[in-house]
Design a protein around this ligand. Structure first.
Ligand code: NAD
Length: 291
C-alpha cells in the first residue's frame, strides 16, 4: 500500500519503520523528527498524503490532529482512509471523521496500547472506531504494527475504549500503591502481600503484571528506578481525556476524577514528571494520612 505517515515521534517512527520493512511504500512527515530507515521524507503533510491509500497520523493531541486533518484531507484521493492512531479526545476523533466523509474519504480512530516497546516490536493493540469498509482496508497494517485489533464501533469508539481502559488502569494502579503503602505500615512483607493479592480478588494488571513494588513480581519499571515505561504525565493526559469525555456526556466517575487529581498533583507539584506512573508507590510511602 501507499502510505502517508505524519508524526514520527517516539511511537510514530518505529511504526512507520515497521510498515516500510513489511514492503509498504511509506512517505513520512514530521515538523521536527527525522524519517526512520526505509521511509521517504515528504516536504509537507499534504505532500505525504497525495496519492496515498492510507494516511496515518501519530500526533500529540486533538488540536494538532484537527489542524493536520484540515491540511491533508483536501490532498487525499477519494476512498482513501485517514487512520489516526494518536490518543485524542472523542470529539476530535468524530470531527475528523466528519471532515473525511465530507471529502469522499473515510476515517478510522485507532489509538494503541503497548507503548514504545510495542511500537518497536510490532506488538501493539489497536482499538478502532469507524466504518467496516475502512477497518477492512487498514486491517493489514494493524497486522504489521500490532498483534491485535478490535473494531469497537463507529467513529470515536476506539478513543472511547482507550480512555475507559486507561481510567481503570490509573485507578487500579493508585489502589495497588495505596494498599502496598498501608501494608508496609502494618508490617506486612511486600512479597507476601504480592503472593496473596496476585492470586486473590484484589488482583489486577497493575499488581500481577506491572507490580509497583521493587523486587516483587515480574520485572517492571519499579525494578529500574521507576524509569518509564508509561510515564506519569501520559497517564495524566489519558485521565484528563476520560474526565473531559465524562463531563461531555454527564457520566459520574468519582474515582476517575480522584485519580486525575492525584496524578495532576504528582506530575505538576511532586516531581512525578518523567517517572513511570507506578512511582505513585514511593509517593504514598513518603506520606502520612495527614500529608
Ligand atoms: P511524540 O511527542 O514523541 O511524537 C509526536 C510527534 O508529532 C513529534 O515528533 C512531533 O514533532 C510531531 N508533530 C507535532 N505536530 C506536528 C504537525 N503539525 N505535523 C507533523 N508532525 C507533528 O509522542 P509519542 O510518544 O510518539 O505519542 C504519540 C501519540 O501516541 C500521543 O497521542 C500519545 O498519547 C499516544 N501514545 C503514546 C504512548 C507512549 O508510550 N509514548 C503509548 C500509547 C499512546
Amino acid at each position: 500500500m501507499k502510505i502517508g505517515f505524519i508524526g514520527l515521534g517516539n511511537m510514530g517512527a518505529p511504526m512507520a519503520r515497521n510498515l516500510a520493512a513489511a514492503g509498504h511504500d511509506v512517505a513520512g512527515f514530521d515538523t521536527v523528527a527525522p524519517c526512520p530507515a526505509g521511509v521517504l521524507e515528504a516536504a509537507s503533510a499534504a505532500e505525504a498524503a497525495k496519492g496515498a491509500d492510507v494516511v496515518l497520523t501519530m500526533l500529540p493531541n486533538g488540536a494538532i490532529l484537527r489542524a493536520v486533518a484540515a491540511e491533508v484531507i483536501p490532498a487525499m484521493q477519494p476512498g482513501a482512509v485517514l487512520l489516526d492512531c494518536s490518543t485524542v479526545d472523542v470529539e476530535s476523533a468524530r470531527a475528523v471523521a466528519t471532515m473525511a466523509e465530507a471529502a469522499g474519504c473515510m476515517a478510522v480512530d485507532a489509538p494503541v496500547s503497548g507503548g514504545t516497546g510495542g511500537a518497536d516490536a510490532g506488538t501493539l493493540t489497536f482499538m478502532a472506531g469507524g466504518p467496516d469498509a475502512a477497518f477492512a482496508k487498514v486491517a493489514p497494517l494493524f497486522d504489521v504494527m500490532g498483534q491485535k485489533a478490535v473494531h469497537c464501533g463507529d467513529a470515536g469508539a476506539g478513543q472511547a475504549a482507550k480512555i475507559c481502559n486507561n481510567m481503570i488502569l490509573g485507578i487500579t494502579m493508585i489502589a495497588t500503591c495505596e494498599a502496598f503503602a498501608l501494608a508496609d505500615k502494618l508490617g506486612l512483607d511486600r512479597q507476601k502481600m504480592f503472593d496473596v493479592v496476585s492470586t486473590s480478588s484484589g488482583q489486577s494488571w497493575s499488581m500481577n503484571t506491572y507490580c509497583p513494588a521493587t523486587g516483587v513480581g515480574p520485572k517492571s519499571p519499579a525494578d529500574n528506578d521507576y524509569k518509564p515505561g508509561f510515564a506519569a504525565e501520559l497517564m495524566l493526559k489519558d485521565l484528563r481525556l476520560s474526565q473531559q469525555a465524562a463531563e461531555a456526556v454527564d457520566a459520574d466517575t468519582p474515582l476517575g476524577q480522584a485519580a486525575t487529581g492525584l496524578y495532576e498533583q504528582f506530575v505538576e507539584a511532586e516531581g512525578g514528571a518523567g517517572k513511570d506512573f507506578s512511582a505513585m508507590l514511593p509517593r504514598f510511602v513518603a506520606r502520612g494520612r495527614h500529608g
